[in-house]
Ligand binder design. Structure first.
Ligand SMILES: [Ca+2]
Ligand SMILES: [Ca+2]
Ligand SMILES: [Ca+2]
Length: 420
């Protein structure tokens, strides 16, 4: 934060936002009728694992170990392999178990999974040891999602038409959605940075969206036939799901627009689908090459603050400062002066900050006059906005504002955000 004068203050605060870095997408699909785990790239499937003798249900991906997980209902097992299909390993097995939703959390060496035979939510180490029941008394739990930002698990319970949330240790269980509006709720995906959950429901044959607290439930897409596994891709601002009846893979934008079947290959009976944007396989909004270059691994999340300077890794990425140096924070510099832009000299404020050229967000200036009351308002009444000193992946944005529009007796505070 830099304060330029008693009258005007500049504050840099930045929130995590989403969008597309580059084209290219990767899905993993549990192809039940074909008895294969499929890796699907740009609408072309290739068989990753021949799962003959397995009754496939869910599929999941762990970017940290680069492992693909699936549930095998025929043998009561959760299995995994490397992302090239090698080293198939049984992680968890119990006779009669009906394992459904799986969430590997490689950062914390935890594997969460639902068993709709014992009707429990469970956790184990990623080698299957130390299994613990986190929740019991469920009726037919189906799909599971992790909100790493807030340390919460969300599950769909199809037997009760409920979405249930709890802490990652099983505490704080609560029902966040229930009832006819989510009849037959099945798949769940989260984008915690947007505060949103997405659901598929085969009772209403809809794809739905709600807040993480269950508020503002909305049908995004209707008229499906038994939509099942659902996944959200924040970088493409897209949802993907499988429609079990036709076996089609669908996509839509996060608001439900542009809904369409995207593959000519179909996978009838399929239940599980996950998708990964190839430059951000761990889905934390940081391009993986940048993460590896900065941290040497994918262990840091966008919301983490590695160097403890109160700026998230994502903010440091978007605004060009070092995420590993607490002495390097993104400056938002403000100066005051007089400038002539064609109609005589006027008092001006100049704001200056670093912008990424490849950013998938749009940078936006906001202001307010009272830090204790009111809210930040978008500010667009600028005299000039130019990008200079372009070098490599970044440039310097210089915004000029006519200061005579402001009440000279009131303080004004400015900040810059990265917005969708
Ligand atoms: Ca990443
Ligand atoms: Ca930081
Ligand atoms: Ca820093």
């Amino acid at each position: 934060m830099q304060v330029a004068s008693a009258r005007f203050g500049a504050i840099a605060l930045f929130f995590a936002l989403l969008g597309s870095v580059c084209a290219g997408e990767l899905h993993y699909l549990a192809d039940r009728d074909g008895s294969a785990v499929q890796a699907v790239s740009n609408a072309a499937p290739s068989e990753l694992v021949d799962a003959s003798g397995h009754l496939l249900w869910s599929v999941a991906y762990d970017p940290h170990a680069d492992h693909v997980y699936w549930s095998d209902l025929a043998n009561g097992a959760i299995r995994r392999c490397n992302s090239d299909g090698t080293s198939v390993t049984t992680v968890v097995q119990r006779a009669g178990a009906v394992y459904r939703g799986i969430v590997p959390d490689g950062r914390h060496n935890r594997l969460y999974y639902l068993d709709s035979e014992s009707n429990t939510l469970n956790v184990a180490a990623m080698d299957g040891s130390d299994e613990t029941v986190l929740l019991s008394g469920l009726r037919r739990p189906n799909d599971l999602a992790l909100d790493p930002l807030n340390g919460k698990l969300y599950l769909t319970d199809s037997g009760q038409d409920k979405v249930i949330c709890c802490d990652t240790n099983g505490g704080g269980e609560q029902t966040v959605l229930s009832g006819a509006a989510i009849d037959g709720v099945w798949g769940i995906a989260l984008i915690p940075e947007r505060g949103e959950m997405y659901l598929s429901a085969h009772g209403t044959n809809a794809i739905l969206r709600a807040g993480l607290d269950g508020s503002a439930l909305t049908n995004l897409v209707t008229g499906m036939e038994t939509p099942r596994g659902l996944t959200a891709d924040p970088h493409h601002q897209s949802l993907y799901w499988v429609e079990a009846e036709s076996g089609s893979v669908y996509s839509a934008k996060l608001d439900g627009s542009e809904s369409a079947a995207i593959m000519t290959n179909t996978f009838p009976g399929s239940r599980g689908l996950v998708s990964y944007e190839s430059t951000d396989r761990d889905g934390d909004l940081l391009p993986d090459t940048w993460e590896i270059a900065q941290f040497g691994s994918l262990d840091q999340a966008g919301s983490d603050d590695y160097d403890g300077d109160l700026l998230s890794n994502l903010a440091e990425h978007l605004f060009g400062s070092s995420p590993t140096n607490s002495g390097d924070t993104m400056p938002l510099i403000m100066t005051e002066g007089l400038q002539d832009h064609g109609s005589g000299p006027v008092p001006t404020i100049t704001l200056c900050y670093e912008e990424r050229l490849d950013a998938w967000v749009s940078y936006a200036t906001r202001y307010r006059t009272n830090l204790l009351a009111g809210s930040w308002a978008l500010f667009t009444n600028t005299v000039d906005s130019v990008l200079t000193n372009v070098s490599g992946e970044a440039g310097t944005r210089i915004i000029t504002i006519d200061a005579s529009q402001f009440d000279g007796n009131a303080p004004h505070f400015f900040r810059v955000d990265g917005d969708l």
